[in-house]
Design a protein around this ligand. Structure first.
Ligand code: ZN
Length: 424
C-alpha cells in the first residue's frame, strides 16, 4: 500500500548538488537568487518572494543585502595566497569591503582557522556585526611569514536598498490541512549542511507534483536560515498555525551515516510519531529539542508552536566536516541523497494514508453479518475497539504491533462496509 514510486534518479539528485555547490549563498544576495532560479527551472511552481532590507520582522530587521564579487590576499611578491574564486568559504560571510596593505600583526586577527581540524577552511559569518575577515586552513596560516606585508582585498557590497529572497511552493491537495517542508538556502559551498536539504526538498516537491489525489496541501519553503524563517512567519503565521498538521525541517541529509532525529518541542506531535515510525527499522539517534539548531527554533518557539521535527543523517554540529571545507561533494553521495528522499517520501505516504476513524455503532457490530472474520481477536475488532475519534491509524499500528499497511487495508474494508467513519 505504501507508495514507493521512485520517479527520481539518484544521479540526477547528485548532479543538482554538483551544479549548485559552487554558488556563494548567504542569507541574502545573488547566490540565493541563482539557487532559487535553478530550483525554479526544475519546479516551475516555485514562487520567489522578496522582502526589502530594513523591514522589521518580529524582533529582527532584515539586514542589508550582501554580495561578494572578488576577494584575495596577496603577499609582497604579488603572489595570491588565498582566493575567494577558488573557494567561497575563504571570505567571512557578510564581510564589508577592504583594500589595504597590512603587517602580520594587523592581519592575523582577521584570519579564521580551525586549529583542531588543521586542513579545513572554516565557514564563518558576521551577519549583524560589521567586520571583514578571511577563513583559511590552520596549516596554511602557520606557513605564512610573520615579517611579510599582505594586501587584503574584498570587493563586496552591503546594499541598504537590497532585499532578502525566499522560495515557496504551495501544492494544493483535497483539504487545506497542511504539511510544512522547510529547508534553508543560506550556506555557501557546503554539501551536507545544507545543500543536501535543498536537493532532497526539491526532489520531494517534484515527486508531490507528479502524484494525483493528494489529501494534504504542501507548503514547501526555501528560506535563509533564522532571519528567513522569521521573515516568512511574520507574513504567514496565522495561516500556518490554523492549518499545519505536521512539518519537517529538511537538512543534513546527503551522507550515508546513521540517521538522526530531532523531535519537536513537545516531542509527541504527529511529525514526531511519523518520524519515529519510519526510522523504526533504521539505525538512528534520537536527540532532544535541546539539541535544536535550525529553523525548528522558530517554528516550534512557544508563540508559533508548529508541529515541526527534523530527520537528518549526520546532524549539524555533530560531525567533524560540519561548517568547514570538508563538508564537500565527497562527503555526500547520490545514494545518501536518494535514501533521505525515500525516508521523507515514506513520511508523506504515512501522512497521506493516516486518518482518525470513529465507529458508527454502539457496542461491537455483529461482524459475521458483514463477512468479517469473527474470531476472538482480529484486526477489525481491534480497529473498531479503538476507533474513538481520537486515535489515528498510525497509533493503532504501533499499539497493535501490526504493520501500518495492514491497518490501512483493514480500515478501508471497515469503511466500505460503513462500520466506521473518518473524523475530519
Ligand atoms: Zn549550518
Amino acid at each position: 500500500m505504501l507508495r514507493t514510486e521512485k520517479i527520481m534518479n539518484k544521479d540526477v539528485l547528485y548532479q543538482w548538488a554538483t551544479d549548485l555547490f559552487p554558488l556563494c549563498r548567504s542569507i541574502t544576495g545573488a547566490g540565493v537568487r541563482e539557487t532559487l532560479d535553478y530550483i525554479k527551472n526544475i519546479v516551475p511552481e516555485l514562487k520567489i518572494h522578496s522582502m526589502p532590507s530594513g523591514t522589521a520582522v518580529f524582533d529582527w530587521i532584515v539586514p542589508p543585502e550582501w554580495n561578494c564579487f572578488d576577494a584575495y590576499i596577496e603577499n609582497s611578491r604579488g603572489e595570491r595566497i588565498l582566493d575567494f574564486k577558488a573557494n567561497n568559504l575563504h571570505v567571512l560571510s557578510y564581510s564589508e569591503p577592504v583594500n589595504a596593505v597590512l603587517e602580520w600583526y594587523q592581519l592575523k586577527d582577521h584570519l579564521h582557522t580551525l586549529p583542531d581540524n588543521p586542513d579545513a577552511i572554516p565557514y564563518n559569518t558576521s551577519y549583524y556585526k560589521k567586520k571583514w575577515g578571511f577563513c583559511m586552513s590552520y596549516n596554511q596560516k602557520m606557513r605564512l611569514s610573520k615579517t611579510d606585508l599582505y594586501r587584503v582585498f574584498i570587493n563586496s557590497e552591503l546594499k541598504k536598498d537590497g532585499c532578502l529572497n525566499y522560495g515557496e511552493i504551495i501544492i494544493k491537495g483535497a483539504t487545506d490541512r497542511e504539511i510544512l517542508l522547510s529547508t534553508y538556502i543560506c550556506h555557501p559551498s557546503l554539501a551536507n549542511d545544507n545543500l543536501s536539504g535543498i536537493i532532497v526538498t526539491t526532489a520531494i516537491a517534484k515527486f508531490l507534483l507528479s502524484i494525483k489525489n493528494r489529501h494534504y496541501t504542501y507548503r514547501i519553503l526555501y528560506l535563509p536560515e533564522t532571519i528567513g524563517a522569521i521573515a516568512y512567519l511574520s507574513r504567514n503565521i496565522s495561516n500556518m498555525q490554523n492549518k499545519t498538521d505536521a512539518g519537517f525541517v529538511i537538512t543534513c541529509c546527503g551522507d550515508e551515516n546513521n540517521y538522526s532525529f530531532i523531535p519537536s518541542r513537545s516531542g509527541n506531535t504527529l511529525s514526531d510519531k511519523i518520524a519515529r515510525f519510519v526510522l523504526n527499522d533504521k539505525k538512528y539517534t534520537e536527540y532532544s529539542f535541546l539539541d535544536r539548531g535550525s529553523d525548528e527554533r522558530q517554528f516550534c518557539s512557544p508563540r508559533v508552536n508548529l508541529p515541526v521535527a527534523s530527520i537528518m543523517r549526520s546532524k549539524y554540529a555533530e560531525y567533524k566536516e560540519y561548517h568547514n571545507s570538508l563538508d564537500n561533494l565527497s562527503f555526500i553521495s547520490a545514494q545518501g541523497l536518494f535514501d533521505s528522499y525515500i525516508i521523507y517520501n515514506k513520511c508523506i505516504d504515512v501522512l497521506e494514508l493516516n486518518c482518525t476513524p470513529i465507529t458508527v455503532n454502539f457496542c461491537e457490530p455483529m461482524l459475521s453479518k458483514y463477512d468479517l472474520y469473527p474470531g476472538s481477536r482480529n484486526i477489525f475488532k481491534d480497529i473498531l475497539a479503538y476507533a474513538d475519534g481520537k486515535t489515528d491509524l498510525l497509533t493503532m499500528s504501533i499499539l497493535f504491533n501490526v504493520s501500518f499497511n495492514d491497518v490501512v487495508s483493514a480500515f478501508n474494508i471497515l469503511l466500505t462496509k460503513k462500520l466506521i467513519e473518518v473524523v475530519l
